[in-house]
Structure formats: C-alpha cells, structure tokens
Design a protein around this ligand. Structure first.
Ligand code: AMP
Length: 287
C-alpha cells in the first residue's frame, strides 16, 4: 500500500483536529513539538524524542507575535517554511501544523495566561509580556492538538518551567518533557537567532558557553560563592568587544530564586547581546 507523504501539512484547527483524531482512533500516542520554525538539530532532537515514545508526532510552526516585544525581532525572525518541511520529512514527523495569525488570534481574541512566580525573574524582567505570550500560545496549541506528551528544550529552561507550572496549575492533561540542549560542535547552543550573527559574531557568541564552562569548572574546584562565580563569568563575557550583558544569574533550578552559597545543584543562566542579537544559554551546576 502506498503511504501518504510525511509530514502531512495542515493550516486550520479543523484539519488538525481531524488528522490527530484519526491517529488517536488508531490508538496512537500523540507527541507534540511546538516551534517557531527555522528548524535546526535542537528542534529535530525534540521530534526524535517524541518518536521514541509516541506513534504520531505533530510539529507546529508558528512565529507567535504575542511573545515578541514592540522593539524585538518579530518582523525579521527567520521564516524558512520549505526548508523546515524538508527537515521534518527527513526525520519522519507525521503532521506539520502551520496556522495563520487569524487562525490563532481571530478578531476579538481577549484571553491571556499570566504565570506568576517562575515567569517573573530573568527573561521575565528583560522581556515584559514575553511569557504571557508564550503561555497563552502554548496553552492554545495544547488545546488544539490535545497531545499525550509535549516536548520542550532545556535551551529555554525558564520557558519550560513556566509551561510546567501552567500545565500543573490549569490541570492541562499532558505530560511535559524537557530535552537536553543541542549544541554546535564548538559548544554554541543551537538557536534560530544564530543566523543573525556575522562570522565574527558567531565566534564571539562562543563566550556564552565558555563562561558557563568556567562556572562549572569553578564549582568543581569547590568554589561555593555565587557572587565570585558570577564576577568571573562577567569578566569572561567582557573579554568580547561589544558584548552586552542582560543578566548572568545563579538561581535555584526549581524556583529561579537567586542563590548565594552553592550547597545544591544551581542553574547558571545568562542572556547576552552580541552584535545586537540577544542570545541565551544555561547549564546546571552540581556541587
Ligand atoms: P523555538 O522555535 O525557538 O520556539 O523553539 C522550539 C522548541 O525547541 C523549544 O522548546 C526550545 O526550547 C527548543 N529548542 C530550541 N533550541 C534548542 C536546542 N539548541 N536544543 C534543544 N532544544 C531547543
């Protein structure tokens, strides 16, 4: 029997529900990977994680205007739909959901999800309204797809925490999985925004990973004072000409509250601008 081409592509919620409904009727476990497209190995690792435990994998490609601030890069965010679909075909994803803005935010839309607590520090402080946009679109997508499992990357650690919180607080019937950050061979975390960097900027961007590795090394050498580690990370970042620091933080991995003395695993997280491109990265430090 001939199999239909993969991924099937749908743009409306009605067609999405029809396709996912058919898969569910076949007793398939439904995995869901929300993305903004410009797909790279980080995204594809989430698709593979879904395929390892689900029989039907849905990937959404939607650049969500609600999570960008007025001065952010929404207009120039990379949109590479054809290449994305080829990559999804390459890994054998089942369904690509590529809705329009009107499908996601029809006229009259006025309901928003605000997560408190873990959404407030770090990215929440630097990007007011960002997590409101993220939580709202992710809840909507979860309601549209109704997956058994949804997959997120540790690259966006705080985002994953915000979504876990929302899913628990609003009793969303989905399992949330967080998968490791996929890096380039030299350590740079893969990101759709890396494409904004010039070759020189791309080299400079390595300083995020270098400073995280330095933090890990200091903890291995029994440094327990967070301020000392942050100061050394800052020094490392500032060796790069024009690097601008949004934040460098050592925080509790569950609450994101600042840590002073390292007595348990802490999350090192940072947001740095290189050539005006805002890059984030993080890693867990284990004393
Ligand atoms: P985005 O398209 O940037 O909204 O990302 C979609 C999903 O892919 C999010 O759950 C991200 O955390 C995840 N992701 C992005 N970059 C990476 C990476 N380098 N490694 C693992 N997951 C990633």
């Amino acid at each position: 029997m001939e199999t239909s081409p993969r991924p099937a592509i749908v743009t409306t919620i009605a067609d999405l529900r029809w396709a996912v409904g058919a898969a569910r009727k076949d007793q398939k476990r439904i995995g869901f990977v929300p993305t903004m497209g410009a797909l790279h190995e980080g995204h594809l690792s989430l698709v593979r994680a879904s395929q390892a435990e689900c029989q039907y994998t849905v990937v959404s490609i939607y650049v969500n205007p609600a999570q960008f601030g007025p001065k952010e890069d929404f207009a120039r965010y990379p949109r590479t739909l054809q290449a994305d679909l080829e990559k999804l075909a390459g890994v054998g994803a089942d369904l690509a959901f590529c809705p329009s803005d009107a499908e996601v935010y029809p006229v009259g839309f006025s309901t928003w999800v605000e997560v408190e607590g873990v959404a407030e520090p770090l990215e929440g402080q630097c990007r007011p309204g960002h997590f409101r946009g993220v939580a709202t679109v992710v809840l909507k997508l979860l309601n549209m797809v109704q997956p058994d499992v949804a997959y997120f990357g540790q690259k966006d650690y705080q985002q994953a925490l915000v979504i876990r919180r929302m899913v628990a607080d609003l009793n969303v019937p989905v399992e949330v999985r967080v998968c490791p950050t996929v890096r380039e061979p030299d350590g740079l975390a893969m990101s759709s925004r890396n494409s904004y960097l010039s070759p020189q900027g791309r080299q400079k961007a390595l300083v995020l990973w270098k400073s995280l590795q330095l933090a890990a090394e200091l903890v291995r050498q029994a440094e327990r004072d967070a301020a000392t580690i942050i100061a050394r990370m800052r020094q490392t970042i500032l060796t790069v000409e024009d690097a601008q620091i949004d934040y460098i933080a050592l925080v509790d991995p569950e609450t994101l509250a600042p840590v002073e003395k390292i007595t348990a695993p802490v999350l090192a997280a940072l947001a740095i601008r290189i050539e005006g491109t805002r890059l984030i990265d993080n890693c867990l430090l284990e004393p």
